[in-house]
Design a protein around this ligand. Structure first.
Ligand SMILES: N=c1c2ncn([C@@H]3O[C@H](COP(=O)(O)OP(=O)(O)OP(=O)(O)O)[C@@H](O)[C@H]3O)c2ncn1[C@@H]1O[C@H](COP(=O)(O)O)[C@@H](O)[C@H]1O
Length: 116
């Protein structure tokens, strides 16, 4: 099995290759053709479907819906000129950084900003 980075990078290349393609022959080309709002709407739908699958507690459904959500998020990244590597780099930057500590640091920064 290839690494997850490879899978995402390969999918990003396929997505890019569909730009300007025939909307009757490619789902990706069709969504690009419809525009960014259509892509963002799909993300909203897939996020809702993910929540519903999780509430049902069916592991297969959860994986299926999260795959749909990731795929449509990849379309949004492409639409805004970004790549999965950008998101992976951000996740790597956060590695080892406690979410609670990061939250506290951000709040402190905000308070200092308001005080100046
Ligand atoms: N990974 C995916 C992928 N995941 C989901 N989908 C499509 O995303 C759509 C999901 O939408 P929904 O579940 O909401 O169902 P729907 O078809 O919109 O129907 P409704 O429920 O809205 O009535 C389906 O049509 C899926 O087939 C995907 N379409 C394409 N890919 C990848 O993109 C590549 C290029 O695809 P094409 O552009 O179609 O060649 C493929 O080879 C795949 O690797």
């Amino acid at each position: 099995m290839s690494s997850s980075n490879d899978t995402l990078a390969r999918l990003a290349e396929v997505i890019e290759s569909r730009r300007g393609g025939d909307p009757d022959k490619s789902y990706v080309a069709r969504l690009f053709h419809k525009g960014n709002d259509a892509i963002l709407k799909k993300i909203g739908e897939e996020a809702t479907e993910t929540v519903m699958a999780a509430k049902d507690g069916d592991p297969k459904k959860i994986v299926y819906e999260v795959a749909d959500l990731w795929f449509h998020s990849m379309l949004a990244l492409a639409a805004y000129g970004l790549k999965p590597a950008d998101v992976l780099a951000e996740l790597e930057r956060r590695e080892g950084l406690s979410g609670l500590e990061e939250f506290a640091a951000r709040k402190l920064q905000q308070r200092e900003g308001e005080g100046s």
